[in-house]
Design a protein. Sequence first.
Length: 326
Amino acid sequence: MRRRIIAAAAATLMAVTFAGCASGGEEPSGSAPAPGGEAGGLIAIITPAQENPFFKAEADAAKAEAEKLGYETSVASHDDDPNKQSELIDTAISNGAAAIILDNAGADASIGPVQKAEDAGIPVFLIDREINETGIAKSQIVANNAQGAAAVAEEWVAALPDGGKYIELTGKESDTNAGVRSEAFASVISQYPNLEQVAKETANWSQDEAFQKIETLLQRDRDIQGIIAGNDTMALGAVAAVEAAGLTGEVVIAGFDGSPDAVEAIKAGTLLATGLQPAVLISQLAVQQADAFITSGETGEDEKQSIDCVVINADNADSYTLFALE
């Protein structure tokens, strides 16, 4: 069962000033506190690489919310490496963390480490990415990727009324979001027979890899009308490759995530649209539910929770704040 948290809730949590991602001081050691006690202790925040502004925003938001509620924090990145993620969870266990906020490094590879933390008495609250198991993590809070990607695809096909050839860039195969977004794109695009997919390439969420893939594909065939990408980082790589090929304005490009750089590209007219994932709200909710569990033994919510995304385009880009709309 999934609970869809209405988009209006996001409006109350838009304006937040975030602290940096450095560790909140020395990490305490000892056993994890039993649920049903007082607030306080260490909340370990573990995300993918924070060079990506999306992951930095969620880590910053989780840190700020935890410290507002009276917790110490540590922030670390697993860089999408399951082995590094396991080591970081081991560290959180040895430091007696009260809870772990985790944007995980793989839907299957993360099951064991999450179970290990739970077995050690440390509740885990997943953000952004689910794992392929229920009943282990206390919460799995994600953006409604299917709804958001379908909305982006609808915006994109509307900008291609005459159809044409297009390329899709997909994310890491180990990330469930990559598959969900691609399927949602297809559910919309398949209704338009005048759109022909000439290539579907994984760029592993990477801007450099996306640039290289699109550069090569455009060298083979310059008659491309559209590119749709599973995240903004890849979309911006595509924007750069299209510009290098001298085709800016001739190829309609869309992304997903709602990153600041993508919004600037929308304002500049080089990117059509992106799907805003409310990373800040998701992180805040995870910390609030961690606090509820620590203090009462319950989160008050279903384990699986989904939050709708919003399409950002030229019409509303000026209302954008960090992974939110005013």
